[in-house]
Ligand binder design. Structure first.
Ligand SMILES: C[S@@+](CC[C@H](N)C(=O)[O-])C[C@H]1O[C@@H](n2cnc3c(N)ncnc32)[C@H](O)[C@@H]1O
Length: 275
């Protein structure tokens, strides 16, 4: 079980999804999230688990709405003909189980070995069954994940929806750009990719707390920080061969029955479709 390092962030998101699922006015339902949380808590000491819960409190309002928005993008991508979905840094995502996806849609979950060493036994103990073919891709996105994905049956001629939900972080970091170059090469026309435009202040207290928590006893910071430049993601994606459309957070959340603090209108999602 990951108790520190980047994989631990996946447990924090499961805490958020479990809380949302237990609300009467829930934005989505993810019953397996509670299974992960219960299993994870047993492996943490009380002080570290309390810090995990406190971090989940800080990120909850925005992050839980974000889960619902990605659920909606899933529906749009399938409707538009995508028959492969690749979760980049899948974490404890259970959309292959909870969203009643059609049986001709293949879901590929990419994440680190320590994540799946925790996730798969919990799913097995819960007797969870996906509604569509699900492929576990144990790989480091900073390494050669392309071959592992192709070897597992991924077909580059089929339109694909690539999901970055809180895993790539900042596309102005070199390794993230390598990931996007690779997925571009693997994308048939009509494929979709979405990434956030966050304008995050890396020194805001919740991001500082998150980095310290994830670092654990390690002296180095495993989470990427944005580089202080004005990298233009949309122009870069356009040069790679993607049409992009920006949707502001405020517009994307307007239809939800959940108060959300209006944000800077430059914050939102860049939706890209491969030409
Ligand atoms: C904040 S979690 C988000 C997980 C999931 N997308 C969700 O929303 O629940 C980030 C995930 O990215 C994974 N990750 C981070 N760096 C990675 C890398 N280099 N290769 C593969 N996975 C990575 C972590 O293990 C973790 O599961």
């Amino acid at each position: 079980m990951p108790v520190d390092g980047v994989a631990v962030t996946a447990i924090g998101v499961a805490v958020i999804r479990a809380r949302e699922t237990e609300r009467e006015d829930r934005l989505y339902s993810d019953p397996l999230a509670r299974e992960f949380v219960t299993a994870a808590e047993a492996g943490f000491d009380a002080e570290r688990w309390a810090r995990m819960e406190a971090l989940a409190d800080q990120f909850y309002p925005g992050r839980t709405i974000g889960v619902r928005l990605v659920d909606e993008r899933f529906g749009e991508a399938i409707e538009a003909g995508c028959r492969q979905i690749v979760l980049l840094g899948a974490g404890l995502d259970t959309r292959a189980y909870r969203m009643d996806l059609p049986s001709d849609v293949h879901v590929y979950e990419i994440d680190l070995p320590e994540l799946f060493a925790f996730k798969e036994p919990v799913l097995a103990a819960a007797h969870a069954t996906p509604t569509c073919p699900r492929h576990v891709i144990v790989a480091d996105l900073g390494g050669d994940w392309r071959k592992t994905l192709l070897d597992s049956g991924f077909d580059p001629s089929v339109p694909t929806y690539w999901v970055d939900e809180g895993s790539l972080g900042y596309l102005n970091n070199d390794w993230n750009q390598r990931v996007v170059r690779t997925l571009t090469e693997l994308s048939a026309p009509g494929s979709r990719f979405g990434t956030g435009r966050l304008l995050v202040d890396p020194d805001a207290p919740q991001y500082r707390d998150l980095r310290t928590f994830v670092a654990g006893d390690s002296a180095t910071e495993p989470l990427p920080r944005p580089r202080p430049d004005d990298f233009d993601v949309e122009r870069w994606l356009d040069e790679l061969g993607w049409n992009t459309e920006f949707r502001s957070w405020n517009d994307m959340t307007a239809h939800l029955d959940r108060p959300s603090t209006p944000l800077d209108p430059r914050i939102g999602n860049i939706a890209a479709v491969r030409r």
